[in-house]
Design a protein around this ligand. Sequence first.
Ligand code: AQP
Length: 333
Amino acid sequence: MSKKIFSGVQPTGNLHLGNYIGAIKNFVELQNQKNNECVFCVVDLHAITVKQNPKILKNNIRETTAAFLASGIDPKKSIIFNQSLVSAHSEGAWILGCVARMGWLNRMTQFKEKAGKDKEKASVGLYIYPVLMAADILLYDATHVPVGEDQKQHLELSRDIAQKFNLDYEAPNFLKVPEPLIQKKFSRIMSLKDGTKKMSKSDPSDLSRINMTDTKDQIVNKIKKAKTDPDLLPTTDKDFQKRPELENLLGIYSSMKSQSLLESINEFSGKNFSDLKEKLTEIIVENITPISNEINKLQKDSKFIDDVLYEGAQKAEEIATKKVKEIKKIIGF
Ligand code: AQP
């Protein structure tokens, strides 16, 4: 069955292995499956929900696009663009914001985590971020949305908004209710410094993550310093609960090697952490270094990247603007 895919990545810098394994690697696989229509967006409107330096933001938009291209997203097969080039996203978000309920947004855990204790000082944009995400998805009639586990709740909100719109305006099936595509395995890559915390762009410690632009030496150093425990590697997956760092490193290894966790457990059964770290470094370097080199090469040609985004935006605009026009007609404008 053909799928209409939409997904986005924020251009907030420090694109990391979690973004790659949890999202981008999956985008490439979906793009290469027969009959899928894919739209991949650099979601810069989402990025400004927290304060950004304009010069760094511009650079991050290009870097994220370069990471898409270097990982294998092909502008001939997929639409690649940055969100702010298509104003229908903002317009759609306003209308859908009038459909979404405060109670629904109040339940969003990512807002609570990101706003922290001082909610009063968080931007209104951060609070209504999931509504913009709903507009992103619903304007393209996306049937499937590949995201990491952390975005599942936002996707459920998009489904609720679509259903309420269709019901309120007596427009059955007008907004398509999207399905999440969350990888069952390795959907949440954890920090190299703390196996209970998500690997994240905003972690102040660069040693907590492998960046997509890291050099071989940086990768070697980060895996060497990754947190471990004193025990030998297990023969079964029984005591993983108490060993989150081990589970994470074995998960990253399994994902990079496209094998199951059990196969990795068998491979390292009874060995030392140093054996796992050596092999893990090798496989990350093998997978990430060519992408990192390509990102650096592409970034030297900002015109090429801007052209890719502009051409993608033309195609995206056609789809999204048409949908917004239909929405306006339905609601009586
Ligand atoms: N650690 C992760 N493991 C698996 N998937 C992840 N994703 C993010 N972190 C992990 C997935 O990457 C996609 C793009 O994410 P985003 O650009 O929207 O940013 P994010 O989820 O806010 O990423 P970070 O690193 O967590 O940023 P900060 O630190 O700013 O909050 C999404 O599909 C996401 O699920």
